[in-house]
Design a protein around this ligand. Structure first.
Ligand code: HEM
Length: 422
């Protein structure tokens, strides 16, 4: 049975997608229901927006699907690391890296996490506007390097790594939307790309994990030089923009809701390693901002062969799209879905695990989820404890490789008169 959907206009839709991808998906779901088949350019896509089919593709029938084309443009940077590899290669890498991200290991990273946040707060100017998003991106990169490659001498490289990774990810994003793609191996073309890539390579090749058990696991997942480079960048790329954007959105939303902010402030004075139990409001703020602004706003999968899931037939090589951003706005699951209501998470979670998917779902769910939530919990709590943030102006989203803001997120920070904990 073919799925509902428009049967026309692949090119017009591709233009719409480039201009406003989430607007396109919203209009398809509104017009055709939660499972839509449509053409875009020469390709056929299936957009799924209901928990049952999402669970089938991401979890129950995962081996029938490989990663989709979403990350292909960044292949020169992340190669076939954990994020992009499939089948046996993926299973081997996932098994090897899993111990690094276990909760007990992440609790042992507490000193590095605290140090990174406190260092980043040292030079916050009183009353001077700054871009919250770029500051949180930098903090997130510092956190990633401190926790995974915990050597303070790496700190000098953070601005370089940050600017090169950001430039390169932006380059891949633009390239994926352009009809002019000069090959990288033709001399004279893509000079700026090569300059950034070479500089990044020189620095990344010198990063060595020193945090246990990462230091012992590392040789198994990065046997040769090329693989090591791709694995390092996979972890940096997967964790850097996602966590940075998550922290920026959470702080921005909270600053606009003083009643919520005061709950988070009350929790922030405790001298404990923050967990969802010790900091329930801060945790709820993070979940609610991940719901409204999931940094990974689109997941894609390619069917390895013809797949039939009940009455759903996905032909070989067809692309299935799942948008956490859209799934999170389902009013049947989330009353007042477009509003910031962190209290909904206190003692509640959606019935289906596939209704809340900021970290994906199934065996390919984010390996860094616990690390990201711990970092964000600690950072948001410490920042709120010391500063009152005041946002200037409204925000709009920019769905790039991750979901950021369309313009700088200007805020001012005022130190709290009764700042606790120094
Ligand atoms: C708020 C922060 C984060 C968000 C929202 C996020 C989101 C996601 C999502 C949605 C996926 C699944 C992609 C798919 O199914 O196609 C994923 C996978 C992954 N994430 Fe995260 N992530 C975050 C932080 C991190 C961190 C801190 C790290 C590591 C340092 C990390 C490493 C990875 C890796 C390696 C994968 C691939 C896992 C696999 O395929 O086995 N992520 N992430």
């Amino acid at each position: 049975m073919s799925m509902p959907g428009p049967r026309d206009g692949g090119l017009a839709r591709l233009r719409f997608f480039h201009r406003d991808p989430l607007g396109l998906f919203q209009s398809l779901i509104r017009d055709f229901g939660p499972r839509v088949q449509f053409r875009m350019g020469p390709w056929t896509f299936f957009l799924l927006n209901e928990s049952e089919s999402v669970g089938q593709v991401l979890a129950h029938h995962r081996p029938h699907f490989h990663k989709g084309p979403g990350l292909e443009p960044s292949n020169p940077l992340i190669g076939q690391g954990l994020l992009t590899s499939d089948e046996d290669d993926w299973i081997e890498q996932r098994r090897a890296l899993a111990p690094v991200f276990r909760p007990q290991n992440i609790s042992s990273m507490r000193p590095w996490l605290e140090e990174a946040v406190d260092q980043s707060l040292q030079n916050w100017e009183d009353g001077e506007p700054f871009d919250l998003e770029s500051r949180m991106l930098r903090l997130s990169l510092t956190l990633a390097l401190h926790t995974l490659f915990a050597d303070p001498s790496h700190d000098d490289w953070i601005p370089e790594i940050g600017s090169d990774v950001t430039w390169l990810m932006d380059h891949f994003y633009r390239r994926s939307r352009s009809v002019w793609r000069f090959p990288y191996n033709v001399p004279g073309f893509n000079r700026r790309y090569h300059a950034h890539a070479q500089r990044l390579r020189r620095v990344v090749d010198r990063l060595t994990p020193t945090t246990p058990p990462f230091d012992t696991v590392w040789p198994h997942v990065s046997k040769e030089r090329e693989r090591r480079y791709h694995q390092t960048l996979t972890l940096i790329v997967a964790g850097f923009e996602t966590t940075g954007h998550a922290m920026a959105w959470a702080l921005d939303l909270m600053a606009r809701h003083p009643a919520v902010e005061s709950k988070v402030l009350q929790e922030s004075g405790q001298d404990v390693f923050p967990t969802p139990e010790t900091h329930p409001w801060t945790h709820a703020v993070l979940l609610e901002s991940l719901r409204l602004y999931p940094p990974v706003w689109l997941l894609s999968r390619r069917a390895v062969h013809d797949v039939t899931l009940g009455d759903l037939r996905l032909p070989e090589r067809s692309i299935t799209l799942i948008s956490p951003w859209l799934m999170h706005r389902n009013a049947d699951v989330y009353p007042e879905a477009s509003h910031f209501r962190p209290e909904r998470w206190l003692g509640w979670k959606p019935e289906s695990p596939y209704d809340f998917i900021p970290f994906g779902a199934g065996p390919r769910r984010c390996i860094g989820e616990h690390l990201a939530l711990t970092e964000a919990l600690m950072a948001v709590s410490r920042i709120v404890n010391r500063y009152r943030l005041i946002p200037t102006g409204p925000r709009d989203i920019f769905p790039g490789l991750t979901l950021g803001a369309s313009a700088p997120m200007w805020v001012t920070a005022t130190p709290r008169a009764a700042a606790r904990g120094g």
